[in-house]
Design a protein around this ligand. Structure first.
Ligand code: ADP
Length: 656
């Protein structure tokens, strides 16, 4: 999810991050170049103004000189004395703001014409004004210390062509000459303005050029007149209020303007800073490049303006970028929220919560449709899961039912098998026992018969043998009883078929009477609890035999002392009415693993004394009567035998 979001963010911001700077760069480059062009155009027009001003001064000087040369006053003065002439020239010089003014008669003019083309032109009858360079000696000839004014000490300047010269003593002069035609007097009137240190001239140019505040405010605009490469008149400052007279132009500008004669329109290093500059080569009357006219303004404010424009653009770009990120993420949230919701839903489903749904009811776009589709699918999955679970539960229930049925069937099978084995066992034992009993009966009958014969034969003589004979009788009776018991056990059916109903209470009471002598042998206490119970269908003799056997077993187990609890009460089992007789003693009880075995024929722990047939026969008798006999160990210790018999009918007998 994060990577998709990141990718989308990159996708959305890439044009902004990559293209915007490119566009900005292109735009700024274009703007800068236009801006520079405007600045150059500006300085070019400034230079033209300065050039025109210089031209105007030259023209005006020429015109004024011509006016003087042609004036009547001049014609009059020329013929007068020397003093008047000098006073006239001085006055006119001051009026016309010239630095020198003099008249050359023709013969002198011819001499000077060889040196100054302007004079030559004037001799030819035309006024002319040119820029000329005067050597210090030339200047020294004029009154007013022109040579001193012109002299400028050179100052070492960064980037200028190295020079060994210490001072510039030449003078740059606006040199005008006008022909004089008077009666008898032909000549040339010559005037000039020294431009070295002519600060009025340069300040006027500066004031004219830099009228506007943009380029001219607070000494930003500068103008200079160069003699060769030396600043002879300038408003460029070296320091505060110290003009940079004597400093020189940079080597590059010098090469281009003075060397190649080009007009320089570009940035240039001026004295100590960079200026947007215009340099115009100035030629003298020989057509030689002798100096330059310069105007320019400080580049720094415009560079600063450019830089601040750049910074503004970059700041704006950064701000747009900084804003775009969050705005995009905010917009992208609308896309990603449903996707995240779906992921969350799938995670919950994965953890087993099939009820999880997207439930994006508001979203109708493609993602919303996918979410709705997913919800539909989850509905189906949940429905199928529910049905599968129901099937699984049903299946489990069926398996459990079948298992229970199988277990029950198995138990029945086992018990049937046990009964079968037991029946087989009993049948075989019965047969053997019956055979043995019959075999014993015959010899016993013979013994009894012969004892009777002996007794009859001896008559009174039998008296001394009476004890032995009685013993034989007793033992024979005992043998008969045992054989009878064996036969009863072996062929119980022969003794069955008792159809009368019987009340158990008197039968149980009779039993207690019959075993009184057994109980009396030790200290045995008998507690009877007899409730009214329904009649049952059993041979009372057999019932007595069973009860007596149980009482005798209990007494034998308890030994000398103990208590026998005998309870008779009604008890229904499996919806059938019945009677339960319970005998509980305080003896040692029966070992748990022997609880079932005690009913096996011939199982006895009374070696030599017991036959192990008592409980077995009792079980046969009770079962034949439709009842059940069970053994268990009582909670307080001791064995408990319970006989349950079904009720014969609904009639109830009370204890008597
Ligand atoms: P016999 O009494 O001849 O041994 P029974 O079939 O009556 O034969 O009894 C079988 C065995 O059951 C006894 O030897 C005895 O170990 C055990 N038994 C019977 N009744 C009790 C009882 N009340 N307490 C403890 N053991 C008993």
């Amino acid at each position: 999810m994060t990577t998709v979001r990141l990718r989308l963010l990159v996708l959305a911001l890439a044009p902004l991050v990559l293209l915007m700077p490119l566009l900005l760069l292109l735009g700024m480059t274009r703007w800068t170049s236009d801006y520079d062009k405007v600045l150059i155009a500006n300085v070019e027009s400034d230079l033209r103004i300065a050039e025109q001003y210089l031209a105007r001064i030259m023209t005006a000087t020429g015109d004024e000189l011509k006016g003087v040369a042609e004036s009547a006053e001049f014609a009059q003065v020329l013929g007068e004395d020397r003093n008047a002439e000098t006073a006239f020239f001085r006055r006119k010089r001051d009026e016309l703001a010239l630095d020198f003014l003099y008249y050359l008669p023709e013969e002198n003019a011819i001499e000077d014409a060889a040196r100054w083309p302007v004079i030559a032109t004037a001799l030819n009858g035309r006024s002319d004004t040119q820029i000329d360079i005067f050597a210090a000696g030339d200047l020294a000839r004029f009154p007013g210390d022109l040579a001193g004014r012109a002299r400028i000490d050179l100052i070492d300047t960064e980037a200028a062509v190295p020079s060994a010269r210490m001072a510039e003593d030449r003078g740059m002069v606006v040199h005008a000459a006008s022909p004089v035609h008077l009666a008898g007097q032909e000549g040339v009137l010559v005037g000039g303005i020294l431009l070295n240190r002519n600060l009025d001239f340069i300040d006027t140019i500066n004031a004219l050029v830099y009228l506007n505040a943009v380029t001219g405010g607070d000494r930003q605009g500068t103008a200079t007149l160069f003699l060769d490469d030396v600043r002879v008149s300038t408003n460029v400052r070296l320091f505060e209020d110290v003009r940079a007279l004597g400093t020189r132009v940079s080597a590059v500008v010098r090469g281009a303007v003075l060397g190649d004669g080009k007009t320089w329109l570009d940035r240039a290093f001026v004295v100590n800073d960079w200026y947007i500059s215009g340099y115009l080569p100035l030629t003298d009357s020989y057509g030689e490049r002798v100096g330059m006219l310069y105007v320019g303004f400080l580049e720094a404010p415009f560079t600063a303006a450019k830089r601040s424009a750049y910074l503004w653009m970059m700041a704006a770009f950064a701000a747009v970028l900084a804003l775009s990120g969050p705005v995009f993420l905010w917009l992208a949230k609308g896309i990603f929220a449903p996707l995240e919701r779906m992921t969350q839903t799938m995670r919950r489903v994965g953890q087993g919560d099939l009820s999880a749904r997207n439930a994006l009811t508001g979203a109708r776009d493609e993602i919303g449709q996918v979410a709705a589709h997913l919800d539909d699918l989850l509905d189906q999955v949940q429905d199928r899961d529910r049905r599968l679970r129901a099937w699984a539960d049903e299946l489990n229930q069926r398996v459990e039912e079948r298992t229970a049925e199988l277990r029950e069937a198995n138990e029945k099978l086992e018990s049937t098998y046990r009964q079968l084995v037991m029946s087989e066992k009993l049948a075989s034992i019965g047969e053997i026992t019956a055979g043995v009993a019959h075999e014993i009966n015959n010899p016993v009958a013979v013994i009894q018969g012969n004892v009777d014969v002996i007794r009859e034969t001896l008559g009174a003589d039998a008296a001394p043998l009476q004890t032995e004979l009685n013993l034989i009788d007793q033992q024979v009776t005992r043998i008969s009883a045992i054989v009878g018991k064996l036969l009863k056990f072996a062929r119980p059916s022969e003794f069955s078929g008792y159809d009368e109903t019987v009340a158990l209470a008197p039968v149980v009471s009779d039993c207690l009477v019959l075993v009184e002598h057994v109980l009396a042998k030790g200290d045995i206490q008998v507690d009877t609890h007899i409730e009214p119970v329904p009649a049952v269908r059993i041979d009372p003799g057999e019932m007595q035999q069973v009860v007596i056997n149980l009482i005798v077993n209990a007494v034998q187990a308890m030994g000398d002392a103990g208590r026998l609890d005998l309870t008779l009460r009604p008890e229904g089992r499996e919806g059938r009415e019945g009677v339960c007789l319970s005998l509980r003693d305080t003896g040692p009880g029966i070992p748990t693993d022997k609880l079932d075995t005690v009913f096996d024929p011939f199982f006895t722990t009374k070696l030599g004394e017991g036959t192990g047939l008592g409980l077995s026969i009792s079980q046969s008798l009770i079962q034949r009567a439709g009842g059940i006999i069970t053994a268990r160990n009582a909670d307080g210790g001791g064995a408990e035998f319970r006989i349950w018999l079904p009720a014969a009918d609904q009639a109830r007998f009370t204890a008597q």
